[in-house]
Ligand binder design. Structure first.
Ligand code: MN
Length: 232
């Protein structure tokens, strides 16, 4: 006899370079407006005092290389290329140095977004969930351990649609650094292994349609890819 009335929730995970075991996804936090040029293109001010966050369900996890059917409820589905942080140690109310030490790995991620619904929510001062917590919208490439990646900063971050460059920046353009993000988020959550943080997207976001091929990369990390399929 099963312990649960229905199937228990699946554990979603992300591969790690050099490991046979995968990184299990506990929570997905996302940082808003962490590149000045992207905030400007969205017509909003950057808050340099502190980052702000939204979340995606672990079940929104999708592996790089997948085909994502164009999601329901939108006519303006956008890509956002991001550096992803994978937490590897429990931290709570930690310092910036402790935050840096808690980063187990880095990866390329896509924060796929129903932009039309996000902007309606923003204008009505409603939550962003329908715009951001989209099924299959948290796309992750295999992770690279922190020591192999080195200090975040000089690496180029870029995204192409059908081979044409749409986003092109550097990790040093982040307003809030990766260690500052971990320290700040740890004021609100007991961060633990399994917590992923998408650190925000550079300028150049835009729509995709069925048939589009998204590719992206960050120097020193496994690249990411996503195909947009027909709606279900
Ligand atoms: Mn984003």
């Amino acid at each position: 006899m099963s312990q649960y009335l229905f199937d228990a929730p699946k554990v979603y995970s992300v591969p790690v370079a050099g490991e046979t075991a995968a990184y299990p996804v506990h929570r997905i936090f996302c940082v808003g407006r962490n590149y000045a040029a992207h905030a400007a293109e969205m017509g909003v001010e950057v808050d340099r005092e502190a980052p702000f966050y939204f979340t995606k369900s672990p079940a929104a996890t999708l592996a790089s290389g997948a085909t994502l059917p164009y999601p329901p409820g939108t006519e303006n589905f956008h890509y956002e290329m991001e550096l992803v942080i994978a937490i590897g140690a429990p931290v709570f109310r930690c310092s910036v140095d402790e935050g840096a030490a808690a980063i187990y790995a880095y990866g390329c991620g896509l924060d796929m977004t129903r932009r039309d619904l996000q902007l309606v929510a923003r204008s009505k001062q409603r939550p962003w969930d329908l715009g951001k917590d989209v099924e299959g919208s948290a796309v992750f490439a295999p992770l690279t351990k922190s020591a192999a990646f080195g200090a975040p900063g000089p690496q180029r971050i870029h995204l192409e649609v059908n081979g044409e460059v749409r986003q092109d920046a550097h990790i040093s353009d982040l307003i809030h650094s990766v260690a500052e993000i971990v320290a700040d988020l740890s004021k609100f959550y007991h961060l633990q292994p399994g917590d992923l943080i998408m650190t925000g997207t550079p300028a150049g976001v835009g729509p995709v349609v069925p048939g589009d091929q998204i590719t992206g990369g960050i120097d020193g990390l496994d690249p990411i890819a996503l195909t947009i399929g027909n709606p279900e």
